[in-house]
Design a binder for this molecule. Sequence first.
Ligand code: ARG
Length: 586
Amino acid sequence: MKKIREYMEEEIRQAFLEAGYEAEYGKVTLSNRPDLCEYQCNGAMAGAKAFRKAPIKIAQEVAERLKDSRWLKEVSVAPPGFLNLTLKEESLAEYLGRMQREDLGLTQVEEPQTILVDYGGPNVAKPLHVGHLRSAIIGESVKRMSRKMGHRVLGDIHLGDWGYQMGLIITELKQRQPQLPYFQEGADDFPEEAPFTIGELEEIYPTASQKAKEDEAYREEALEATKQLQYGHKGYLAIWQHIMKVSTADLKKNYDRLKVSFDLWRGESDAQKDIPDMVSWLKKEGLAHMDQGALVIDVAEDTDTKEVPPCMIQKSDGASLYGTTDLATLIQREREFQPDQVVYVVDKRQELHFVQVFRAAKKTGIVGEDTKLSFLGFGTMNGKDGKPFKTREGGVMRLEYLIQEIADNMYEKISANRTVSEEEGRETAKLVGLAAIKYGDLSNQASKDYIFDVDRFTSFEGNTGPYILYTIVRIKSILARYEEAGGNLDQPVILPPAGDSEKELMLQAARYSEVMEGAAQELAPHKICAYIFELSNSFNRFYHDTRILGEEDAAKKESYIGLLCLTRQILEECIDVLGFEAPERM
Ligand code: ARG
């Protein structure tokens, strides 16, 4: 189904043609002066140069030809040559009717692509902190919207499950419990049960990391343990497996709580088996070369304004690096999934790394010309002081505590608003709390840093998740009362709008498919947030202006109900794509 803007555009293009100009001048955009009109076309100004004619003249000629438009009630010309457009009420209502019947007007892509989204990226054995929150929230939303458009989408968590942090844990464990079988020469029969709980593991890692910073010998030992693990030390591999099992169980719990899920639980460790072959191939084909003892791929380009250092594949001691792992991971992804696009949702401070990896992958042919590699870099989540978000005591904020704190905060607000059982209140608070966190994050353009302001994010007013949910709940409650009184919600007929706020709401609703498609294409969840904020505002204005259930004219009342159903459906589709849901009451 076409977008409402496209219907208007078709007519305007035709009018440009008929008036003797090129059709492409007939581009229609949303009005940037909503006080004057609903949509606009600036083509006359663009055409003025090419046709050496005053833009106002061109605009008048075009407007003249739109007198019998099917979509436009009014086309007015404003200096220097704007075409100000106002939609016909009948056509708008008709369009909403089609939205009701045809999937809200959303058209899925004709050629679905395979898109792999690399997000989450937690490091095993280290607690999840707020830094990982953004990747999870943004990545989940990108995955959901691409899926909504009909693409085949795979979310891969890409665990940081290999390397030095493992060596650290092994070293610390060995110091504490040298008698364990993992550390005995020649042992190859190990217990099922891990020698630590997740709680202990989370204490072991920071302790070891601190010791390694202060103690040279300890660090050497940890590096040696890392190496032995890589070379297949049986006892160390067994410990690694314990670490994996204990951590991933805990990670799953945390991601479940966030309503974030992955199709693939792969990680850096999975890439290791492809590294040796990749390295020999790169050498043999002359795709990489030695530079000061290290194996590198040059990736600098003439047009670079900043220096882009070579992508390091192997250090002089034979160790591989972060880039090596990412390249080998791409080899696997190609082999297994042949993705058309791979999207990396990672802290923007890692951008240079990805520039190097992407260029190396293209240059070597690890991925083909047509494979799109996208870096969706996000900014830092800061506290109110403008510095990276911390606990009140100044420590690193663990994700689960943050989530709990917000839920408690929401519970207090909800139970102050109305009487509610403890159980229902807590459940509702969880849903609303999650919306507060996710919307607070997603409503900012991903690449920007933002301030995580608990008071603002949990407010029921303003551009917040709770406000959006509040709007949905309000609509649901009106619809429930309508049904209780015997009303039927099965595609109520929507009539042309009679009032301003009614038309405004209808215009907002009609934009849905265009917003969703655009956001999905640009991987820009913030555009969906901006849209549902406007839609909610329009709804609430309409609600304050209108007696809905009290309306006496039955057809009119049915039409209001139809508009409410449509608004609710759109809001729910949008928040689903953003990764949260609305409670029944709040
Ligand atoms: N584990 C990494 C980190 O915490 C993020 C991984 C990002 N993804 C990737 N393919 N490199 O920084």
